[in-house]
Design a protein around this ligand. Structure first.
Ligand SMILES: [Zn+2]
Length: 261
């Protein structure tokens, strides 16, 4: 597989293999280039997973859907409760007015001032109508009071639920804040570690690594039991021999740099 590229820094691995020493000293440890690149890749993967975690956790910061919904449900129930309170007060006012009118009518009836039988019958009829009206209003008031009680119980239950959700949400937000902070600290350490690893790697090899990383996601593939773990295809015995010798070679199937742990 050819490693053609548009990158100006890109150097084919076959060329690198002829130019770079198989092993060279890095501090006290002697490492092959493939091993160094693999170590770099491990750090890169760890950086990527930490960055992904920070993104996911950051997206969970802020108010949750459940919390917003519980709050709006409670607001609607409270509004209904206030409306019921207004209706109750209006009915009580009407009951009082009707009662006052009835009292005046009965007072007139029994005062002895009205003696005309036709007028007395009229007053009696009026008192009957007012009594029926007051009774109807009282029935409605009882219904409103009963609905108020049910609604108040509903509001109390929702308030309890909202308090619980709010407490859970606050704890979660705090935990998220801590976890994000930890992840960022880990990332700072990893970035420094990456920089020192990268600084020790031949620039040409680093260029090839980045090129492969962009195209394949991962640049270095571990060789396990004669199989490239990048593409899960068996290597030829000639390839295995070269990998064992520590040479920097690419998988003929997926093009990744092969690393034999
Ligand atoms: Zn492969």
């Amino acid at each position: 597989m050819s490693l053609k590229s548009t990158s100006p820094h890109f150097i084919p691995l076959s060329f690198l293999c002829t130019r770079l020493p198989i092993r060279y000293r890095m501090g006290e440890a002697e490492m092959s280039i493939a091993r160094e690149l693999f170590a770099l890749q491990e750090v890169d993967l760890e950086i990527e997973s930490n960055e992904q975690a920070v993104r996911e956790m950051t997206a969970r910061l802020g108010e949750s859907e459940a919390l917003l919904q519980a709050r709006s449900e409670l607001a609607a129930v409270k509004e209904h409760l206030e409306e019921l309170g207004r209706r109750q007060r209006d009915l009580e006012g009407e009951i009082a007015d009707t009662g006052a009118k009835l009292a005046r009518t009965e007072d007139e009836m029994y005062s002895g001032r009205t003696t005309n039988p036709k007028e007395l019958t009229g007053l009696q009829q009026e008192a009957g109508i007012l009594k029926a009206k007051r009774s109807g209003l009282e029935d409605r008031a009882v219904e409103v009071i009963e609905e108020s009680e049910t609604t108040a119980a509903q509001a109390a239950a929702l308030t309890g639920r909202l308090d619980k959700l709010t407490a859970e949400w606050q704890a979660e937000q705090e935990q998220l804040g801590n976890d994000i902070g930890e992840c960022k600290m880990r990332l700072a350490g990893l970035t420094a570690k990456r920089a020192s690893l990268a600084a020790a790697i031949e620039p040409a090899a680093l260029g090839a690594y980045h090129e492969l990383q962009q195209r394949r996601g991962t640049a270095v593939a571990r060789v396990e039991q004669g199989i490239c773990r990048g593409c899960r295809i068996s290597l030829s015995s000639a390839q295995m021999q070269r990998v064992r010798s520590g040479a920097l070679i690419e998988c003929t199937t997926c093009g990744r740099i092969l690393f034999l742990p």
